[in-house]
Every structure is written in structure tokens, then in C-alpha cells.
Design a protein around this ligand. Structure first.
Ligand SMILES: N[C@@H](CCC(=O)N[C@@H](CS)C(=O)NCC(=O)O)C(=O)O
Length: 213
């Protein structure tokens, strides 16, 4: 398998961490959505990462679709999301909230990376920031109230992976958390996860995307 995209993207990273946790071998093409826009579009008409190229040449797009495939690939005993039931719904909801918050963070980054200063619209950025913080607040409450060893139950799931990848990105790229006091339960989860080899092997410091020249 070949994973297209850089590890400073929370969407690419949750796929890479999942591949590592599930011990699925893969190659990474460290392509940037700015610099390598054209060749990403040859594989994925959206010009987005992550894009996953399977060994037979089939191309999968969008991190949620890719993660669903990886769970199917390793089978239900090792999957990071159960096939059915209340735990599945809770994990998918937390993962969707986390990636939604990451999308709102990315929109704030793009406003400065891709839009000229005179075209920026402060109310739009404020709206994105409010959505991001509202969602991080909801995730923080969930993390505080979790009764098991992890966000959902006693084993690490896709909720922990996605929340950690989104939270680390939002702290580094958008300054979502100024010190551990704002979202302490999320910070504790991220510290725990980021110490794991599967996360460490798929980390890159955030790099501001450059528009194609
Ligand atoms: N919903 C998508 C979001 C992926 C996404 O937004 N990726 C960013 C990189 S962080 C990207 O490709 N941005 C370039 C663009 O949308 O033009 C997913 O989960 O895979």
C-alpha cells in the first residue's frame, strides 16, 4: 500500500497511525497539497490527502473511507471500530467530531496560507474558531467523563487515534490550546498516545502549506 500525504495533516496522520497500530506495512509518498497538487490530482480528482493506493492499483480517498477499509483488511478482532452496536456509534461520533474540528482548524490555516491579506474575512475565521473550540469543548467533556481506560471502553479505538491526531494538529497549527489548562483531559490523552511508537513513527511538525506556484 502507498499512503499519499504528509504527517503534519491530521487526516493523513490518523491513517498512518492506524496502519502502524494494525502493523500493516506501507510506503509513504510525502507529497504536499500545495507543491504536489497536480500529481495528487492524477490519483484523486479532489487533489486531497490522504489518498491510499492499494497494491493492485485501486485508489481510496478520504480518511474515513480508508480507515473503514483498513478495519475490514485486518478483520473484526483487530479493527479499531467494532462492526456494529452502541460502541461503534460512539467511536464514530467522537472521530467525526475530531476530524470536523480539524477541518475547521485547517480552514483557518488556509485563510492565511492561500488567501491574500486584503481578501481575508475575519467573521469567517471567527466562525471557524468558534466551531473548533465548541467541538474541542465537547470532546474535553467526553474525555473527562470517560469511565474506561480509553475514550470508549478498555481498549484503544479509532476515537483515541482521531482525537489525538486532531488535537495535536490544532495545538500546533492553530494554537488551539495555550498550555495544558484549556483542555486538560484531551492534553492528557494526547500525551499518552503521542508517547506510543505508532504515533511517534507518524509525526511531522506542522508545516504551513504553500500554494502551487
Ligand atoms: N475529509 C477529508 C479531509 C482531507 C483534507 O482536508 N486534507 C487536506 C490536507 S490536511 C487537503 O488535502 N487539503 C487540500 C485541499 O482540500 O485543497 C479526509 O478526512 O480525508
Amino acid at each position: 500500500m502507498r499512503l499519499i500525504g504528509m504527517y503534519d495533516s491530521p487526516f493523513v496522520r490518523r491513517v498512518a497511525v492506524t496502519l502502524n497500530l494494525l502493523e500493516v506495512p506501507y510506503e509513504q509518498s510525502n507529497w504536499s497539497v500545495g507543491r504536489d497538487f497536480d500529481r495528487i490530482r492524477e490519483l484523486n480528482p479532489l487533489g486531497r490527502v490522504p489518498t491510499l493506493v492499494l497494491d493492485g492499483g485501486e485508489v481510496l480517498v478520504d480518511s474515513a473511507t480508508i480507515l473503514d477499509y483498513l478495519d475490514e483488511f485486518v478483520g473484526p478482532q483487530r479493527a479499531l471500530v467494532p462492526r456494529a452496536g452502541a460502541e461503534r456509534r460512539r467511536i464514530l461520533k467522537l472521530a467525526a467530531l475530531a476530524t470536523g474540528a480539524a477541518e475547521k482548524g485547517a480552514l483557518q490555516v488556509y485563510e492565511t496560507a492561500f488567501r491574500p491579506a486584503e481578501r481575508r474575512h475575519a467573521p469567517w475565521v471567527e466562525r471557524c474558531a468558534a466551531q473548533m473550540h465548541g467541538t474541542l469543548g465537547a470532546l474535553e467533556r467526553h474525555a473527562r467523563e470517560a469511565t474506561g481506560a480509553w475514550l470508549v471502553g478498555e481498549r484503544l479505538t479509532q476515537a483515541d487515534v482521531s482525537v489525538t491526531c486532531a488535537f495535536t494538529y490544532l495545538c500546533e497549527a492553530v494554537g488551539a490550546e495555550r498550555g495544558t489548562h484549556v483542555y486538560p483531559a484531551l492534553a492528557a490523552l494526547a500525551t499518552r498516545c503521542e508517547a506510543m511508537p505508532a504515533f511517534r513513527a507518524a509525526y511531522a511538525a506542522f508545516f504551513v502549506p504553500q500554494p502551487p506556484s
